[in-house]
Design a protein around this ligand. Structure first.
Ligand SMILES: NC(=O)c1ccc[n+]([C@@H]2O[C@H](COP(=O)([O-])OP(=O)(O)OC[C@H]3O[C@@H](n4cnc5c(N)ncnc54)[C@H](OP(=O)(O)O)[C@@H]3O)[C@@H](O)[C@H]2O)c1
Length: 272
């Protein structure tokens, strides 16, 4: 595993298992298998309704808590002070753990003052219930608001990022402000396999399109959280650390952007 350093000094594994759509036994098995083959980073959310299954998978893996990096996220309608405090404690119960390595505001919500939400998250951090605080689906303007309120608080911004949705300006802004970018839907929810250029590169270099896309991300110091359910996919997505991305591949993948945003629910604030 490779790591990125967060503003707290904590190390975050550069690849994690995404768990959106994983539920019940399938979720338990995927989490357990993932940990047993070398994953030490799990990404869940209250919205995914799978905390208990993730917790069971962790328990079944027999991994030590301190070897894992666990992220969860607060729903956008639950960003009031008291709800954040109560929800986070509920997440810990559901996951059967004592602390989260990272808690994220899942989506910005202009109806609830950011200042209130960040204050609650900071308090949870002071209490030791969460080690790091971050956001998700924040634009540069949302990040500017957060930085103005609390200059050193935000460790991570988790956003959609893959070869056909290369958010260069946002990445640059995050880098300048010491915020680690985490790429969600790093495989474009499976669409990358339909990209002919990527597929040709994969054939040429004897890698899969998924491996090239993930390597392209981690080479930019971007954390990637691909979701996979089968052992074969889980294994392939972790097989990234003993080879180099050829310069030709990097240059070609750098040019695949089509502003192809796949996740845009009605409540998103991407126009802010
Ligand atoms: N913060 C947010 O708002 C937000 C939004 C979306 C996603 N996320 C997070 O990001 C994670 C990943 O994103 P995602 O689930 O949208 O999509 P993704 O990781 O881009 O793609 C997942 C799809 O790719 C397939 N796949 C994975 N590895 C493969 C491989 N090696 N070869 C072929 N197919 C492969 C999976 O199939 P199998 O399951 O069959 O393996 C699944 O259908 C989520 O699970 C979630 O944790 C966060």
């Amino acid at each position: 595993m490779q790591y990125v350093k967060l503003n707290s000094g904590d190390q975050m594994p550069i690849v994690g298992l995404g768990t959106w759509k994983l539920k019940g036994e399938e979720c338990v098995n995927s989490v357990q298998t993932a940990i047993n083959i070398g994953y030490n980073h799990l990404d869940t959310a209250d919205l995914y309704d799978n905390h208990q299954a993730v917790g069971k998978g962790i328990k079944a893996s027999k991994a030590q808590r301190k070897q894992l990096f666990i992220t969860s996220k607060i729903k956008p309608e639950n960003l009031n002070y008291q709800t954040i405090i109560e929800d986070t404690k509920r997440f810990l119960n559901e996951l059967n753990i004592e602390y989260l390595d990272l808690i994220l505001i899942h989506w910005p919500n202009k109806e609830i003052p950011l200042k209130t939400s960040l204050k609650a998250l900071k308090e949870l951090q002071t209490e030791g219930l969460v080690k790091n605080i971050g956001v998700s689906n924040f634009t540069i303007n949302h990040l500017k608001d957060a930085l103005e309120l609390y200059p050193d608080l935000i460790a991570v911004n988790q956003v959609e990022f893959h070869p056909t949705f290369y958010q260069k300006d946002l990445l640059e802004f995050c880098r300048k402000n010491g915020i680690i970018l985490t790429a969600y839907s790093p495989l474009a929810r499976g669409e990358i396999f339909e990209n002919e250029i990527l597929q040709n590169l994969a054939d040429k270099y004897n890698k899969s399109a998924a491996q090239l896309a993930l390597k392209w991300l981690i080479d930019k110091n971007i954390v990637a959280i691909p979701k996979a359910s089968s052992k074969a996919h889980l294994k392939a997505n972790l097989n990234l650390f003993d080879w180099e991305l050829p310069a030709e591949a990097r240059e070609k993948i750098d040019k695949l952007n089509q502003n192809n945003r796949l996740i845009e629910p009605s409540f998103a604030e991407f126009d802010y």
